[in-house]
Design a protein around this ligand. Structure first.
Ligand SMILES: C[S@@+](CC[C@H](N)C(=O)[O-])C[C@H]1O[C@@H](n2cnc3c(N)ncnc32)[C@H](O)[C@@H]1O
Length: 401
């Protein structure tokens, strides 16, 4: 297994390569799958593949979702070391079903905690109590799972009225059932509860935000990693989105492996990690489409994102349909991306209209190849309307990189 690397692919398939991911090789797994409720997010970030996968997952209802999850959970269980543990992040839609799945795969006795991650985001109901927590299940691979209980300070420090000769303050509590007395030292802190209300969800304008809709706060991952891994351990996130777990793993001195099926997520992760000063070489990104055939086979939205990012541009905020502008170069030039061959005159024509709407006089069209009509139209538009439309093939873009 390559550590400090990003694998682009389906988690069950990537981890299922037992030579690459041997049994008992990982210390900690944090998995935050697309929730059973995440329809909108997935479609928003969706692409052909995700959309299909998403529809498949939903069509058979919760059973289908759970059987889709099962293969990944089984691989996670296989790669965990005996001292390792898994955190599975979910919400009320599927948590009951996921708990049963985890019981089946890990064994009921390996259940450690059901953590309620509480937040107070916008959105209120009149018909039920506001649903303002996610569930994070913690399972140990064996009874010998590593755990370092996080501690907080006592809220009632005034009640530590006794003092040791060395100045340590403590209090005495008596168990009313058995009459035994216990000594609690203030400086040892209080073991943390299984409900966390102090790692707030990221507000829309938070500087940590990267634009990934389901991005989790680093404070949440920090707590998990500190509790269940040590310096130098291997942390795996098999569905890592924009890479919160791996960014925190890097910061805390852990080795990390990130997997995500979406090339867009993987590229975002690369950007995030490079932004942290992690020298990720292209060879540390495995499975990203690289050849023209692989790029040709990319789902449409992923293809668009790939082209725009390759040009160091910015993807258009609009996520669906093709209204003419798919992205913008850094200097504000509009880009249109076509995942087809022999682009004709009409595409250039329509793009000219989009440019006019956007009040621009130059633009770029990217496709696999262009027909004679397209080239003639570019010349005509330049001559008659003074507009500068450039045509570039995917091959040219690949060669430039
Ligand atoms: C809820 S998001 C994870 C968010 C992440 N924890 C973060 O903080 O950015 C779920 C991710 O799972 C990915 N995903 C969906 N199906 C997958 C699969 N079969 N294998 C790997 N990743 C998958 C999606 O692309 C998405 O990025």
């Amino acid at each position: 297994m390559k550590t400090n690397a990003i694998y682009c692919g389906q988690a069950a398939k990537v981890l299922g390569d037992t030579l690459e991911f041997p049994d008992e090789s990982v210390d900690l797994i944090y998995m935050d799958p697309p929730f059973f409720s995440n329809r909108n997010y997935e479609v928003l970030w969706g692409d052909g593949y995700e959309l299909r996968a998403f529809e498949d997952r939903w069509q058979g209802g919760i059973e289908n979702y759970i059987s889709w999850m099962e293969s990944t959970v089984r691989e996670c269980h296989r790669v965990l070391k005996p001292t390792g543990s898994l955190y599975l992040h979910c919400d009320w839609h599927a948590n009951a079903h996921l708990r049963l799945l985890l019981d089946r795969v890990f064994g009921e006795s390996q259940f450690v905690n059901e953590i309620a991650w509480c937040y107070d985001t916008a959105g209120r109901s009149q018909s039920y109590f506001n649903r303002k927590h996610d569930t994070i299940f913690l399972y140990g691979k064996s009874k010998g799972y590593y755990f370092n209980l996080p501690r907080t300070s006592f809220v009632d420090e005034g009640s530590f009225s006794h003092e040791d000769p060395d100045g340590r303050r403590y209090r005495i509590r008596t168990n009313s059932n058995n009459g035994k007395t216990y000594k609690y030292y203030m400086d040892e802190g209080r073991g943390m509860n299984d409900w966390w209300a102090d790692c707030s969800a990221l507000p829309q304008n938070d500087r940590e935000r990267l634009g990934y809709p389901t991005q989790k706060p680093e404070s949440l991952l920090e707590r998990i990693l500190n509790a269940s891994s040590k310096h130098g351990d291997i942390v795996l996130d098999p569905m890592c989105g924009c890479g919160t777990a791996i960014a925190v793993a890097h910061r805390l001195g852990r080795n990390w492996v990130g997997v995500d099926v979406s090339p867009t997520a993987c590229q975002l992760m690369v950007k995030r990690m490079r932004g942290l000063g992690v020298p990720i070489a292209d060879t540390d990104i495995l499975g990203l489409p690289k050849t023209e055939e692989e790029i040709r086979a990319m789902p449409p939205f992923e293809f668009q994102n790939w082209v725009v990012r390759k040009l160091m541009g910015r993807v258009s905020a609009r996520k669906s349909g093709d209204m003419g502008i798919d992205g913008w170069l850094f200097d504000g030039t509009p880009i249109q991306v076509k995942q087809s061959e022999t682009i004709g005159r009409n595409v250039v024509d329509n793009f000219e209209t989009a440019l006019r709407r956007a009040k621009r006089t130059k633009g770029l069209v990217v496709a696999f190849s262009f027909g004679k009509g397209a080239r003639e139209e570019v010349a005509r538009v330049r001559h008659v309307d003074g507009m500068e439309i450039t045509l570039r093939t995917v091959k040219e873009i690949m060669e430039e990189a």
